[in-house]
Write a protein that binds this ligand. Structure first.
Ligand code: ATP
Length: 353
């Protein structure tokens, strides 16, 4: 059981590159935090700083009530699961899982009991004598998790643990990780660039961009009210449509199309976000605007429709029910509920409403 607190934690690499700019985060006991963001945003750097594999340039890292900035990785009571599994190739599954316990001088009988218990939990008990090269990718990933679990650490750290698995196995292992974390109730920090993995695993998401935190919140909070244009287009699939809009004294419009009434505001240019799944096809007299369809893609359950909003330059995506009868060349009358509109300022990309 543990809390993890980051206070203004920053990282400058020896070549002078500032990879992390003062991150504040409080991970609650038993919580699963997912660090998500595009390649190079600093996710792995931040995780490695928590693990003790990368020095902290400034700020504080506190586990429970103890500052651990200067503790070696082995002294922090955390266990890390890596993307490449990092198993010892010459050791059996049993010895791989037992390794950390042996190093700590745990009695043999206790090791036997702990490894057997965790191997059973992970359905690995029939594979304990095999070497890693005699296992499938999913089984190797389970051994890597088992090795972390037997140590009963205060905190689990996961660095893109599923990225070497095929699509089907990723979904299966994602569910296994989630149910294991719920069962063990261990505080965890998980890194991924995959937004679906992030949404499904996280109690709270931390969206990173260029070494800065863009937003921290539950997956639904982040989806419903993205704090910036960056988050708006990163979370959600297909990505949120962003179109140019204007706010004047009584309306929010795109081109000459009025989307919603609004309070007295000075006229200003804004970016308007419309999620593909929130646009509704209606009768012509109820429409806010019309979409000239240029392309459709069937995904089975869903139909993706692409086109541009007539009388504007805006090209957008729409997600409809899979059997919708829409074809290239159609003009679709569309509307969107004012509650589903997202408005961002054009300069900083910050959320206005
Ligand atoms: P990915 O998803 O591609 O793994 P990431 O979000 O995990 O990316 P990091 O590996 O944390 O990103 O890297 C963050 C930034 O720091 C990148 O711009 C990277 O080039 C830079 N960086 C990483 N390691 C070093 C280093 N040892 N020296 C200098 N810069 C580094």
């Amino acid at each position: 059981m543990a809390t993890v607190t980051l206070e203004q934690m920053a990282k400058t690499y020896p070549n002078g590159f500032k990879a992390i700019h003062g991150v504040d985060l409080s991970v609650k006991d038993g919580e699963m935090i997912v660090l998500v963001g595009p390649s190079g945003c600093g996710k792995s750097t931040l995780l490695r700083m928590i693990a003790g594999l990368e020095a902290i340039s400034s700020g504080q890292l506190v586990i429970d009530d103890k500052k651990v900035n200067d503790l070696e990785p082995g002294e922090r009571d955390i266990a890390m699961v890596f993307q490449n599994y990092a198993l010892y190739p010459h050791m059996s599954v049993f010895d791989n899982m037992a390794y950390g316990l042996k190093n700590r001088g745990t009695p043999k009988a206790t090791i036997q009991q702990l490894v057997t218990e965790v191997a059973t939990m992970l359905e690995l008990e029939h594979l304990l004598d095999r070497r890693p090269n005699q296992l499938s990718g999913g089984q190797r990933q389970r051994v890597a998790m088992g090795r972390a679990i037997v140590r009963r650490p205060k905190v689990f750290l996961f660095d893109e643990p599923l990225s070497n698995l095929d699509a089907k196995l990723r979904v299966q292992m994602r569910l296994e990780i989630k149910s294991l974390q719920r069962k063990l109730n261990t505080t965890a920090v998980y890194v991924t660039h995959d937004q679906v993995e992030a949404m499904t695993l996280a109690d709270r998401l931390v969206v990173l961009n260029g070494g800065n935190v863009e937003q921290i919140g539950t997956p639904l909070d982040v989806y419903d009210a993205p704090a910036s244009l960056f988050v708006a287009t990163f979370i959600g699939s297909p990505a949120m449509n962003i179109v140019e809009g204007q706010i004047d004294s009584d309306a929010l419009s795109i081109g000459k199309h009025v989307l919603a009434a609004c309070q007295d505001v000075d006229t200003q240019s804004v970016s308007v976000g419309l999620r593909p799944e929130h646009l509704k096809v209606v009768s012509a007299d109820q429409a806010s605007f019309t979409l000239a369809v240029t392309l459709t893609e069937s995904l089975g359950a869903d139909l993706l429709v692409y086109g541009h909003i007539t009388d504007t330059d805006s090209f957008i995506t729409l997600r409809l029910e899979g059997h919708s009868k829409v074809v290239e060349g159609d003009n679709l009358p569309l509307t969107i509920s004012p509650d589903d509109l997202h408005v961002f300022d054009n300069e900083q990309g910050k959320r206005l409403a």
